[in-house]
Design a protein around this ligand. Structure first.
Ligand SMILES: [Zn+2]
Length: 310
C-alpha cells in the first residue's frame, strides 16, 4: 500500500505558467497534468501533480507554490495492491454514483436516536428516480442520495448462488414518469450484521458526533482516504456483508430548510469474496463496476501504527 498526494494548483498568474513550478521541482509529464483553456479572454492554467507522499519532490513543489503565494488544493489517496485487497478481512464499499432516492413509505423509528435518527429502520420499498437510473444503467453497483446501495438483479443471483452470508435483498421501484412507479431490475442490499465500534485510531471526523447517542454524525475527514481501524477480536463474527456501528452523515445546518446535513447511514463492509463477485475483471468492466473497495486496517500491539493485514 502506498499513499499518493494530489496537489492541484492554479498557474494562470505565474510568470512562465506551470513550468515555474514543474521545472525547478523536476516534475515531468508522467506525474503532472496541465489543463489550459480560455474563458472570456482570460487564460487559465490548472495543474494536477500526483506523487507518492514520501517523494522528496512533494516538499519542493509546496515550497515553490508558497514562494508564489499560491495555495494548493491537496488530496491524499491510498493505493492498495491486489494482494492487499484479496487478503483484507473486510473492505469498505464506496459507491461512485448516486441516484436520487425519492421516497420510502415506511420507517421504524422505535429504536432510533430522536436527535440524529441513528438506528432508523426502513420497512418498505425504496423508490428512486427513473431518469437517474437510466443514466446509470451501465454501472453494476449504485449508491443513492440517501446512501443506500443498489445492485443489478443478475448480480444478486450471482451473490446468492455463491452463498454469501449476512445480507437481505429488497426490490427497488423507480418513478418513470409523474405519478407512475414501477419495479426495477435493481435491488437494495440490507446487511444484517453490525460490527463493534471502530478503533479510535480510525481516520474519521468525530467533531460533530451526536451528543445523545454517541453513534451518529460521524463524517469522513475531508481530502483524506477512508481508513477504518478494527481490533483483531472485532472480526470474530463477520459475515460477507456487514455494517459499521457508527452512522455517518452531518447534522443539518441550523436554518429553516434544514439544509447542509446528510442522511444518517452506516457504511457497508464486505469480504473479498463479495468484492470479487462485484468487481469488473477487465479494465473496461472495471470502469462500470460502480464502486471502489478500501481494506480495513488492523490494530496490533506489535506495530506502532495500525496496518493493512496481508
Ligand atoms: Zn444520536
Amino acid at each position: 500500500m502506498k499513499t499518493n498526494i494530489e496537489i492541484r494548483f492554479d498557474a494562470s498568474d505565474m510568470p512562465g505558467g506551470a513550468d515555474a513550478i514543474l521545472g525547478p521541482s523536476q516534475c515531468g509529464k508522467d506525474i503532472a497534468e496541465i489543463r489550459e483553456y480560455t474563458v472570456l479572454d482570460i487564460r487559465n492554467i490548472k495543474v494536477d501533480v500526483t506523487l507518492d507522499e514520501e517523494d522528496p519532490r512533494v516538499a519542493k513543489v509546496l515550497a515553490l507554490l508558497a514562494e508564489f503565494g499560491e495555495k494548493p488544493w491537496i488530496t491524499y489517496r491510498d493505493i492498495y495492491t491486489d494482494d492487499e485487497l484479496q487478503s483484507a478481512p473486510l473492505l469498505v464499499l464506496i459507491t461512485w454514483a448516486h441516484v436520487r432516492a425519492l421516497a420510502v413509505a415506511k420507517y421504524d423509528e422505535s429504536k432510533a436516536c430522536p436527535r440524529c435518527k441513528t438506528g432508523i429502520r426502513q420497512t418498505s420499498t425504496l423508490t428512486v428516480s427513473g431518469r437517474d437510473l437510466k443514466k446509470t444503467e451501465k454501472l453494476r453497483v449504485l449508491g443513492t442520495t440517501d446512501v443506500d446501495v443498489l445492485v443489478h438483479d443478475v448480480d444478486v443471483e450471482r451473490l446468492l448462488a455463491a452463498g454469501v452470508t449476512g445480507a437481505l435483498f429488497w426490490p427497488v421501484d423507480a418513478n418513470t414518469r409523474p405519478g407512475h412507479v414501477e419495479e426495477t431490475r435493481r435491488q437494495q442490499i440490507f446487511p444484517q450484521h453490525v460490527m463493534p465500534p471502530m478503533s479510535a485510531k480510525s481516520l474519521v471526523d468525530q467533531s460533530q458526533v451526536c451528543p445523545d447517542c454517541g453513534r451518529g454524525w460521524y463524517t469522513q475527514v475531508m481530502d483524506y482516504p477512508v481508513r477504518q481501524v478494527y481490533r483483531r477480536e472485532d472480526l470474530a463474527n463477520i459475515q460477507d456483508f456487514n455494517l459499521t456501528w457508527e452512522w455517518f452523515g452531518a447534522p443539518s445546518s441550523v436554518n429553516e430548510h434544514g439544509l447542509g446535513g446528510g442522511p444518517p447511514h452506516p457504511r457497508m463492509l464486505v469480504t473479498p469474496k463479495v468484492m470479487n463477485l462485484l468487481r469488473g475483471k477487465t479494465k473496461k468492466e472495471q470502469k462500470y463496476q460502480g464502486c471502489g473497495f478500501a481494506p480495513i486496517w488492523i490494530e496490533d500491539d506489535t506495530h506502532d501504527k495500525p496496518y493493512v493485514l496481508t
